[in-house]
Write a protein that binds this ligand. Structure first.
Ligand code: HMG
Ligand code: MG
Length: 309
């Protein structure tokens, strides 16, 4: 697919040491919508997910089975899963923190889930109502039961670079928490820069501290404008799965300094410019963000969406 851009010729220029292809793990319907003040009707969410699949996405994190009082924006998770269409070949993971969430997800035919751990004590308390250590007691039965049911389980580790209450997160602490999450039986670990404070050298050091990119994905929020630079550092370190959110919406309601995610369109602009395949159609993505922005009542934060729409 060719990106149609008026007045700009898009000849790819490759850089050494980059993958041929990157999987964009789309988190807009979950990380994006969980942080919106506008209540988005379930029909709009279903259409959003369908539009993302039509743009070429093959992984779309659809919603969360967390406590509905903790994240009211996604309290309609069951309704969404009942009403939304599933496109062939597309995966629709959902966030699940505990066994109650897993039961709800299983009732709705979910085949992939993601657990979400914290690298810091304070965020474990604020986001999960658990201590750093006791979060694993909550996750362990979720992962083992999910695997028994044949589900794929991804893990996130949040606050990988810094935490608004504790300051910089020691690299060794992130590796320890991340390893413990992977050891539960997760197929992938997404390194979350929840508040967007990481910089490229730090990203490289963290991936090296894990012993290389195997099983790692990256999840950058763009609070300090570092998300694309950090992504490039991760790609050069061998990572091939990058989380991003339509139009750059997103954030975490339990970390006020968490603003939007890396915008899918900004990521795709860079990847296609580097000759890295994504399978995504940039123009359909931009149309989707423009359509969504009208429903959310605010312009898309993505620079590429602003430039092209
Ligand atoms: P808790 O209050 O400790 O829960 O919350 P509990 O286990 O004590 O249960 C209390 C009651 O809640 C019980 O009901 C449970 O059944 C019910 P009762 O018996 O009293 O009637 N309950 C539930 N109901 C529905 N669904 C559930 C559920 N669980 C319990 N799943 C809990 C603990 C983990 C549930 C809560 O803290 C929570 O929901 N947290 C989620 C917060 C969240 O969603 N944050 C945003 C996502 S994380 C993120 O954005 C970061 C990420 O993007 C990566 C990055 O950027 O770094 C992933
Ligand atoms: Mg996030």
């Amino acid at each position: 697919m060719e990106d149609r851009v008026e007045g700009v010729t898009r000849e790819p220029y490759r850089m050494e040491g980059l993958p041929e292809r990157v999987t964009v793990y789309e988190v807009g319907p979950r990380d994006g919508l969980q942080n919106e003040s506008a209540v988005v009707p379930v029909e709009v969410k279903a259409e959003f997910v369908a539009r993302l699949a039509a743009a070429g996405h093959r992984v779309i994190e659809a919603t969360s089975f967390v406590h509905p009082k903790w994240v009211p924006q996604l309290a309609d998770a069951a309704e969404l899963l009942t009403s939304m269409e599933r496109a062939p070949g597309v995966r629709y993971p959902v966030l699940v923190p505990n066994e109650r969430g897993l039961d709800r997800a299983l009732e709705h035919g979910v085949t992939e889930i993601a657990i979400f751990g914290s690298a810091t004590e304070t965020f474990a308390a604020k986001n999960l109502n658990r201590t750093l250590d006791s979060q694993f007691e909550m996750f362990a039965p979720v992962v083992s039961r999910a695997l028994e049911h044949g589900l794929k389980v991804r893990a996130y580790v949040s606050m990988c670079f810094g935490d608004p209450w504790e300051g910089p997160t020691p690299v060794a602490q992130v590796v320890e928490v991340g390893r413990r999450l992977l050891d539960l039986g997760c197929y992938e670990l997404s390194l979350g820069d929840t508040i967007g404070v990481g910089t490229p050298g730090h990203v490289t050091a963290l991936i090296e501290a894990f012993g290389g990119p195997e099983k790692l994905a990256v999840h950058f929020h763009d609070t300090y404008g570092q998300a694309l630079a950090n992504t490039l550092a991760a790609l050069r370190a061998g990572v091939t799965v990058v989380d991003a959110s339509t139009g750059g919406i997103g954030g975490c309601p339990y970390a006020e300094s968490a603003t939007g995610n890396l915008a899918t369109e900004d990521l795709v602009w860079m990847l296609h410019g580097l000759g890295v395949e994504t399978g995504l159609d940039l123009n359909t993505l931009v149309e989707t963000s423009t359509w969504l922005a009208a429903r959310l009542g605010r312009p898309s934060p993505s620079r590429v969406v602003q430039a092209l729409s």
